[in-house]
Design a protein around this ligand. Structure first.
Ligand code: ADP
Ligand code: MG
Length: 899
């Protein structure tokens, strides 16, 4: 019976989840953005009601109306002023923008009302209801449920029945579809942001009903977790699912509060459940046709030692000998922030994984190190090492969801994990040994007295040296083999796998390495205080802040975190403002505005350049010293064509169904070394699906793929690629932010494990192998090696894609419509090249083409597919004569041309 009581109480919290989630879904459908500022909107609603009811004695309808309209207006403004200018920016930039807006809203409310708890009268009728003899619940819970049921059902019906609803459904599928229905995408986005804001405002206004009339910023900042979790459950699509999911989460939360005797679990467990659901539903590789998004620009990781070394030495000297002692605390905060920022460069910049848990990982490092140092007397050096290892282990764990989820979903998951960590570990005195127990005394590092109070100068120096070392590591990683692998994964997971790059390995590597770096930052940050207060120092919001400021600084650049860290809370920026206010003491109130102003500056900077401040600064440099072709000398003239390992491919009775649809039915074929097998067939015949199955992108419903006598049907794509089964893509899927040369290198380089370690200290000189040189020569790419694919013509890009596939030294090469977009001459040239690949190198080629002549002229055998079935097979001459083929596929012109 008690369980029933708590379940019913959970309906109240669940209703708030639903309201928030419904708004999140609406905004997502209208503009493709997950609004991390949604909790801020709710906060605004709650405080508007509080203000109007308690300070101005307004009536309920007025207060409620003002909250809803106020939040709606803010939503609309955010769309028009921030999101609209960013609509073509990278998803990362857009997430950061909403996080920036979140900061601004929180700081605004903080300025006006302070952080303390306030009371508001409960907005709906309350008081106990007796259900039977044992169950007693507050009335307000039922009112809330009634309200959210009405909201969710109304939205569901409106989606089906109204023109705007239809347009939204259409635009969620395809931005242009809505335009075809006569709706401007901008209008749709503005309407949904306004409406979503209104719903969040309503959620905030109703929130006191679930907290017996108390509100505070701290309490309400947790709400977004429930909202996001619910929206994820609803797949950012269904309002009815949001209704059911939100209430269910509320109930689980209430029950956990009652029955689990562990601090924080109630807040965290529902989220962990969602993580599991998401990960189970996710895919190892993105599906075919996932849109390639624009990504923040990445630096080269190169620096002139003659420039960097003197600057670094001078900086260290200044820091140690010429800095007023009062500046050290702020400087230390900024440097530690910059170190954690470096971890973001590796993970988010290079590997493209959106993590909102970096500060939490740093906190783990501080936790492990702090406990070992304080409770077990470990020396600083060893404690630091242990902290870093601890952070790396947890980083490995946090990286696991990234193997199945990506993009913004991953941000939600990692934020939840970081949040859970804060609730369960940092806030629990059972684990931290009590709030004030991690006391650190007389710190020494390699014999140097680095006590942060007595010798702040030495401590600052220690932090700065660590930053420089780690910055060098990060830059080295960028220049080396591993850097190219990470960038390949970030740009295009499908293509990376096709070149033999293990997406799995590289993502985990990025998570572990970045967690280690964050660990160093976290330990140094924590140890800079005489007592490490984990709960206060490592709040989840700081993980957001560190990502936001690093992206503003430039997430693709090693210098990005330096610029970003200037804006860290309590960092150097505050120092500047503080000294100015010391000069005119009446300005004290101005200092209060600093966080708010910083927030606004952040959002503005982002709107102006999504690649960050450093990128902006680097622009004139790029113009003065454009990328030179100096690397091109590496191309050996007339490189030898050495035969590849001869392997034959056998496809046995492969059937592929998608639901009730059969894309391939009992297809079989054999390709011997040095043989070219052509596949003809109209659009939709199943040709690309055949390649997907052979290379591991689809698991066939039945049948077998055998390479060199080994059954590879269960192998993942990268493993097949390494074994010599390499494909090209109909849609090219080049690595757009690598140069052509780097594209080829990424594909030709060894996929060894050792590089993950040696790459930290030595970038190595990338060597163009004979195969790469030969491919460059054959496809005449020498003059574009230093260009990026986007700068080339479409035909040229197609050739790069083919060269990239050849660079991997395949035994069997599967080409998906390689001649599309080439002119007659180029396509004949390509035909001859394909013959040479087979004849000179011994590569077995599967050639899928629409250009019938190209296939018939250059293949040894030809197979014709129609509706997933093999309708003819034989030598080119036999195919030309086949009646079935003529009827089903070949045009009359060809028939006439055949003697
Ligand atoms: P082709 O390359 O010969 O033009 P495809 O192999 O791309 O044809 O597609 C064959 C058929 O299978 C098409 O009708 C396509 O819509 C369908 N198809 C391909 N992949 C999937 C998938 N992942 N889910 C559902 N249907 C698919
Ligand atoms: Mg195709």
């Amino acid at each position: 019976m008690e369980a029933v009581t708590f379940a019913l109480i959970g309906l109240g919290t669940g209703s708030i989840n639903v309201l928030l989630a419904v708004g999140l879904v609406l905004i997502y459908r209208g503009s493709g953005v997950i609004n991390f500022a949604h909790g801020g909107f709710a906060l605004l609603g709650a405080f508007i009601v509080m203000d109007l009811r308690t300070r101005h004695d307004m009536s309920w309808p007025v207060a409620l109306g003002a909250a809803v309209l106020g939040a709606a207006a803010v939503g609309l403004l955010v769309q028009v002023l921030v999101m609209r200018p960013l609509r073509t920016a990278s998803p990362l930039a857009r997430v950061i923008a909403t996080l920036g807006v979140h900061t601004v809203l929180i700081q605004g409310v903080l300025l006006e009302y302070g952080a303390e708890q306030r009371t508001v009268p409960v907005p709906v009728p309350s008081g106990p209801v007796h259900l039977g003899s044992e169950v007693v619940v507050g009335k307000q819970n039922f009112y809330l449920v009634a309200i959210v049921v009405v909201v969710a059902v109304t939205l569901s019906i409106a989606t089906l029945r109204t023109r705007m609803g239809n347009a939204l459904t259409a635009s969620a599928e395809n931005a242009r579809a809505a335009a075809a229905l006569g709706w401007s995408p901008n209008l749709l986005a503005a309407l949904t942001w306004g409406l979503g804001g209104a719903l969040a405002g309503l959620a905030g206004a109703l929130f006191p009903a679930t907290s017996t009339g108390f509100i505070s910023i701290g309490q309400m900042s947790v709400l977004i977790i429930g909202g996001l979790a619910t929206a994820l459950l609803a797949q950012f699509r269904s309002y009815n699912l949001a209704l059911a999911g939100g209430l269910a989460i509320g109930i689980v939360q209430a029950l956990t509060t009652r029955y689990v005797d562990q601090t924080g679990v109630a807040d965290a467990v529902p989220f962990l459940v969602i993580v599991v659901v998401l990960v189970m539903r996710g895919k190892g590789l993105p599906v075919r046709g996932s849109a390639a998004d624009s990504l923040p620009r990445i630096g080269t990781g190169r620096a002139h030692p003659a420039l960097v070394v003197p600057i670094a030495v001078a900086g260290l000297a200044l820091l140690r000998y010429a800095t007023p002692s009062g500046w050290y605390p702020a400087l230390i905060v900024s440097i530690c922030f910059a170190i954690v920022g470096l971890s973001t460069v590796v993970l988010t910049g290079y590997a493209g994984q959106l993590s909102l848990a970096q500060f939490a990982l740093g906190g783990t490092g501080a936790y492990v190190a702090g406990r070992l140092a304080a409770a077990h007397g470990w020396p600083f050096e060893l404690a630091l090492l242990a902290g870093v290892v601890g952070a790396m282990l947890l980083g490995l764990l946090f990286g696991l969801p990234a193997l199945r989820t990506r993009g913004v979903n991953l941000a939600v998951v990692t934020f939840g994990l970081g949040f859970a960590l804060h609730q369960i570990l940092f806030s629990n005195s059972d684990y931290t040994g009590g709030e004030f127990q991690t006391k650190l005394e007389s710190l020494r590092f390699l014999g140097l007295d680095v006590d942060p109070i007595v010798h702040a100068d030495n401590y600052g120096l220690l932090c700065a040296v660590w930053f420089l070392v780690l910055a060098a590591v990060v830059a080295t990683v960028r220049r080396g083999r591993v850097g190219r692998r990470l960038l390949a994964v970030r740009t295009n997971e499908r293509a990376a796998a096709a070149m033999g790059v293990s997406v799995f390995q590289n993502k985990l590597y990025a998570f572990v390495l970045s967690a280690g770096i964050a660990g160093v930052g976290g330990v140094l940050f924590g140890f800079s205080y005489p007592t490490v207060l984990y709960q206060q120092l490592f709040v989840p919001d700081l993980s957001i802040t560190v990502l936001v400021v690093t992206v503003i600084g430039g997430v693709g650049y090693v210098c990005g975190p330096v610029v970003g860290a200037l804006l860290a809370p309590g960092g150097v920026a505050v120092l500047l403002f503080d000294t100015s206010s010391a000069m005119s003491s009446s300005d004290e109130s101005f200092v209060r505005f600093v966080p708010l102003i910083t927030g606004i500056v952040l959002v503005l900077t982002l709107v102006l350049n999504q690649n960050g401040v450093v990128d902006q600064l680097a622009a004139p440099v790029r113009r003065l010293w454009p990328r030179r072709a100096r690397d091109d000398e590496a191309v050996t003239a007339s490189a030898p064509r050495t035969p590849v390992a001869p392997k034959s491919l056998e496809v046995r009775g492969v059937t592929q169904t998608f639901g009730a649809f059969t894309a391939l039915a009992e297809v079989g074929l054999t390709i011997a070394p040095g043989q070219v097998v052509g596949v003809l067939g109209p659009n939709g015949a199943g040709k690309t699906t055949l390649i997907d199955v052979v290379t591991g992108y689809n698991r066939p419903s039945s049948g077998m793929v055998v390479l060199d006598g080994v059954d590879v049907t269960a192998w993942p794509p990268h493993r097949r690629a390494r074994a010599g089964l390499v494909r090209s893509f109909q849609s090219l899927e080049l690595f757009d932010d690598l140069t052509v040369r780097e594209n080829l290198l990424a594909s030709s380089e060894e996929q060894d494990l050792a590089a993950y370690f040696t790459g930290l200290v030595r970038a190595g000189t990338p060597r163009m192998t004979d195969t790469v040189c030969a491919a460059v020569e054959e496809l005449e790419l020498t003059d574009v090696l230093h260009r990026r694919p986007q700068e080339l013509s479409y035909a040229r890009r197609r050739l790069v894609a083919i060269a990239r596939a050849i660079a991997a030294r395949p035994s069997v090469l599967l080409l998906d419509e390689p001649a599309a977009g080439l002119d007659e001459h180029e396509s004949a040239e390509l035909g001859r090249l394909i013959r040479r690949l087979a004849d000179d190198w011994g590569i077995g080629v599967l050639l899928i083409e629409h250009d019938v002549e190209l296939v018939l002229d250059n293949s040894d055998r030809v197979m014709v597919l129609d509706f997933g079935r093999v309708i003819a097979e034989g030598t080119p001459a036999e195919i030309r004569r086949s009646d079935a083929v003529r009827r089903a596929y070949l045009g009359e012109s060809l028939v006439e041309a055949t003697p």
